[in-house]
Write a protein that binds this ligand. Structure first.
Ligand SMILES: [Fe+2]
Length: 156
């Protein structure tokens, strides 16, 4: 079956675009410094960050499950025996990225309890996760694209 007509392809690609938007939203949030003590938003900054992270976690959880069970991994594995290692590596990142996201939710909520000043380490960890997720989805897009190229190659 050609790639374009497979059900999972358009959905995964669309979800990658939606995820990219969530990652942008989080980066945008992090670009603005936390308001200082006494300024509006000081108390709600960390809670706002944790809300965005919870939303991201829930979307990732659903998205990863669809990738693992909705046909994508089966198709890639069957038609790309040579890319088996790459597929395995990309899949293997799912649980650890979910775990990192949950860890950041917990630490952000903990941070929200206190009155500590700006936490640069927490920011850096969120940035690292966002970069890792963007890189991960890019790698998956590349694998899907290579299926498509195979289709084109075998068309004639
Ligand atoms: Fe994905």
């Amino acid at each position: 079956m050609p790639v374009a007509t497979r059900e999972w392809v358009q959905r995964v690609l669309q979800e990658h675009r939606d995820l990219r938007q969530m990652l942008n939203e989080l980066s945008g949030f992090l670009e603005v410094p936390r308001p200082s003590l006494g300024e509006t938003g000081y108390h709600t900054w960390a809670a706002g960050l944790s809300e965005l992270l919870v939303k991201l976690h829930n979307e990732l959880f659903r998205h990863f499950r669809f990738e693992e069970e909705g046909g994508m991994m089966d198709d890639l594995g069957r038609e790309h025996p040579r890319a088996e290692r790459a597929i395995h590596d990309v899949l293997e990142e799912h649980p650890s990225m979910l775990r990192d996201t949950r860890g950041l939710v917990a630490d952000t909520l903990k941070y929200a309890e206190g009155r500590e000043p700006e936490d640069q380490a927490l920011r850096r960890r969120v940035h690292r996760l966002l970069n890792q997720l963007a890189e991960h989805e890019r790698a998956e897009n590349d694998l899907i694209l290579s299926l498509e190229l195979d289709d084109l190659g075998s068309a004639d």
